[in-house]
Write a protein that binds this ligand. Sequence first.
Ligand SMILES: [Zn+2]
Length: 424
Amino acid sequence: MKQPYDAKEWRLFIDASKESLKAVLLHIGNAKPSIPIGHAVNCKETYDTMAKLIELIKYKCHNWYICGDLKVISMLLGLQGGYTKYCCFLCLWDSRAKQDHYKRKIWPVRNEYVPGKMNVKNTCLVDPKKIILPPLHIKLGLMKNFTKALDKSKPAFQYLCSVFTNLSAAKLKEGIFVGPQIRRILDDTKFESLLTEVEKAAWHSFKRVVKNFLGNKKSDDYKEIVENLLQNYERMGVNMSLKIHFLHSHLEFFPENLGTVSDEHAEPPPLVNVTVHASTILAIILWNVAGDGGHPILDFTAQYRSAAPVNDSLEPWRPISPNHISPNSRQIDVYHLEPNASYWFRVWANNVLGPGPPVEVLATTLYSDQEAELYKHFLEGAETFDTRTWVAAVCVVMGTLAVLAAGTCAVLCREWRRSGEQHP
Ligand SMILES: [Zn+2]
């Protein structure tokens, strides 16, 4: 690195998904571009891969502050995966004691990380004091919990379904959105108008928290604003998640300059103008880009699958080669499709922070060329059938036969005469 480098100016962002693990250095204040320093594909998000990554990037020499989703953080600290009883890495909050949630703020501090005790499974890989929670993830978590608590039979939820037709019903029910989608709902007055009074109060406090606490700068009364959110969430019956617990019990854990790892860092927004041109066995997917989430798009990914359900379920998505489509591309070909069949195609952009939401398009391939041509000719013949042509054809055939017959007769006669001459 030619530029002067100070480890304190940078934060290590670790993003893990089912397919890949990424480590990116983010500059505090975003004055310098982010630097990807580790990327592992086709490996599971496990403690072992995380340990390997920490070793490979020589974390111990730099000791950066680390930000990442709570799942990543828990893994780094050796906590057992999943929604365990003691899933907070700062205290012994009991995630199962629902009667105490929203009521009891102070829980015993987690002083030690001993494998085998209090849901600790492995040795800590990093110092728990070096952890930062990115506000985007808190926002996603708050949105998720809010949506999960919405009445699924009421208009507000149904409206969400109609707006986000690209999201599956299961994802919507689980409230799984990405940054740009949440920004869109936050500005949607129609959605707000469909909420009940209790829901509306919770929604307003969520919006205020996004603006005054999770944004680029914390406002002076942020404690009050967060407190207000917790009260309204409790009233609405929102289950307390680990992220809500953080707002409830560990508000001091969020540093002053929290906003520096903020909204400008997001996955890319959904692609636009996604269309599919299908022929018989080939299709071309086309798209345009509407933004990059604050980080350059690294590549695109496209997949497809048959739209015909087998045993009531759709087949798994099939990859389209190459898996990492060049960031300059705006189209990709898909081969080996079946003629006259319907397929779902989906495509999304990836940046250092991860994949953007996929956009799905349904398309049907054409009949097979040969079949279609044959069928066409057959039909054309039947429509323009002309007796004169037929008579002419018959005449030609009969004429040929007559000529052949005459020839044969002549030959036979000659043979017969010759044999007569030989035997007088
Ligand atoms: Zn805690």
